[in-house]
Design a protein around this ligand. Structure first.
Ligand SMILES: [Cu+2]
Length: 150
């Protein structure tokens, strides 16, 4: 047991020199899941919810579901400039993965009855009021929202 003392001292020294809040690979955390519906069966031209709140440094899996009968975009330039995108995954209605896209993404379009996941880590704070669906006429009809990164 006597041999373990100097080793324990080294571990303590390590903790002081390298603080624990240096969190390592931020894109490999367990993701926080957030569901956003692009329209609904009763109101196809609305985001549910319309206000989204995220925190910097956490990994999110934003599940974009389109239960409506028209295609929709999730588009916000300010949001895209304030996050690190790890990947986007596209699914068939039965849950089968059909595509995994890695690297920067500008906007995501989801077809009726389909789902895509956007995996990202917010890196910059702000309140962005430019969330919209870019399909002609949709933002004018109210398909807009606000994204806050704290
Ligand atoms: Cu739309």
């Amino acid at each position: 047991m006597r041999k373990s003392f100097p080793f324990a001292g080294l571990l303590l020294l390590n903790t002081i020199i390298f603080p624990v809040h240096a969190a390592g690979n931020l894109s490999r955390q367990e993701p926080i899941e957030v569901v956003v519906e692009l329209g609904s069966e009763t109101n196809p031209l609305r985001f549910y919810p319309q206000d989204l709140i995220f925190e910097t440094g956490k990994l999110y899996r934003m599940i974009l579901r389109n239960p409506s009968n028209v295609k929709h975009y999730f588009s916000s330039d300010s949001f895209v400039q304030s996050i690190y995108t790890r990947k986007v995954m596209a699914y068939m209605p039965d849950g089968e993965i059909v595509a995994e896209i890695k690297g920067q993404v500008r906007e995501v379009e989801v077809f009726p009855g389909h789902t895509a996941d956007w995996w990202f880590v917010p890196i910059q704070t702000g309140t962005f009021k430019d969330l919209k669906c870019t399909v002609e006429g949709h933002s004018e009809a109210g398909m807009v929202g606000t994204i806050t990164i704290k």
